[in-house]
Ligand binder design. Structure first.
Ligand code: NDP
Length: 333
């Protein structure tokens, strides 16, 4: 049985008198810093004096170099990009922390795969919102919650859990619910979604697009039918609200009869997909993916540039552009 924390389990008092350094003022950094301050906590921002730093100052925060912010704080939220975090942590954060300080990660990746090892005299916790940065702020302002994956990795002071839950409450996540898990499990679930569920789902969509366009249907109509209309997004929202099977009640009887009878033909595909997903899961759990990615980082920018070029040259990019313009969707408006 999972442990899930809500507002009643957390007290902001656990952070009374403690300065919180939010290191990094990007997607998560800005939203979490604003939410924590609005919850009445004492927040400084650690960032360079560049555009991110300017944004933090414009939002009314004291902005210090990362080293100075960490030296001032008892609690440090590490919210720089994951791939630069090991270096930032080793050079700018760890040397400035005193015994009993708490470091909080928004992703378990670096700790789970041994790229950062917080010192034994520190508390180390995970507060990983299952929500993009903008959503973290929007939900807070609207008085809604959002889920997070949380856990105590190390409790050196005896206060790690109370401080972690106070952070969860301060950013507004315990209004929704915070489920307890290890850094390794959080990182694995996150990577699995990115590497198995997402690509498998994407392959199904691309296969349907190709088949229908090859069968002579206008690309714009195919894309609107499959996902550009927003009906798919709406159905996913209903799946969230009432469940995968019960959302079928919102569709016509013809739709229900057809999807049940024809759906059975795709059952066998599940075994093939599952086998590939299991392969990906094993690579993640064993640490082989993290090792491979660490070795590839130096070439990553060139690789992404090549992928972007190839992606923009694919026919679907032009079909989507035409369809978005025709139906006034997104940047086609
Ligand atoms: P961003 O990419 O938005 O972070 C930008 C921040 O990183 C800026 O403050 C930038 O500062 C800083 N940064 C980049 N390079 C460096 C560097 N070399 N040295 C110091 N600082 C640097 O990050 P996210 O908010 O997306 O991610 C932060 C954490 O939150 C990660 O652990 C991520 O996994 C986690 N997370 C993110 C989610 C999301 O929705 N994006 C969702 C849930 C968790 P500057 O360039 O000014 O130095």
């Amino acid at each position: 049985m999972s442990t899930i924390y809500h507002d009643a389990d957390a007290s902001l008092g656990a952070l009374a008198g403690q300065t919180i350094a939010v290191v990094g003022y990007g997607n998560q950094g800005r939203s979490q810093a604003l939410n924590l301050r609005d919850s009445g906590l004492d927040v400084v921002v650690g960032n360079r004096q560049d555009d991110y730093g300017a944004q933090a100052r414009a939002d009314g925060f004291e902005v210090l170099p990362i080293d100075d912010a960490c030296a001032r704080a008892r609690v440090v939220l590490l919210l720089v990009r994951d791939e630069v975090m090991p270096e930032v942590y080793a050079e700018r954060v760890a040397p400035r922390l005193s015994a009993g300080a708490l470091v909080c990660f928004a992703s378990g990746y670096n700790v789970a795969f041994g790229l950062i090892a917080p010192a034994p005299e520190l508390d180390a916790v995970l507060v990983a919102p299952r929500m993009i940065g903008l959503g973290v702020r929007d939900a807070f302002v609207a008085g809604r919650g959002f889920p997070s994956f949380v856990g105590v990795h190390r409790d050196a002071t005896g206060t790690a859990k109370a401080r972690m839950l106070a952070l969860c409450k301060g950013i507004g996540s315990t209004r929704g619910g915070c489920i307890e898990m290890s850094m390794h499990d959080e990182a694995t679930l996150d990577l699995f979604t990115e590497q198995a569920f997402g690509p498998a789902f994407g392959r199904v969509m691309m296969t349907a697009v190709d088949l229908l366009v090859d069968a002579g249907y206008p690309p714009e109509a195919v894309l609107v039918e499959l996902y550009l209309s927003g009906e798919l997004a709406y159905s996913l929202e209903k799946i969230r609200e009432v469940g995968m099977l019960r959302q079928m009640d919102f569709h016509s009887h013809t739709s229900q009869y057809g999807s049940i009878t024809r759906g059975a033909r795709f059952l066998a595909l599940g075994d093939a997909i599952r086998a590939k997903m299991a392969e990906v899961l094993e690579e993640i759990r064993s640490g082989r993916f993290a090792e491979e990615w660490s070795g590839q980082r130096a070439q990553a920018d060139a690789l992404f540039a090549r992928i972007r070029q190839a992606r923009d040259a694919m026919p679907i990019a032009e079909w989507e552009r035409r369809a978005r313009a025709a139906f006034r969707i997104g940047d086609g408006q």
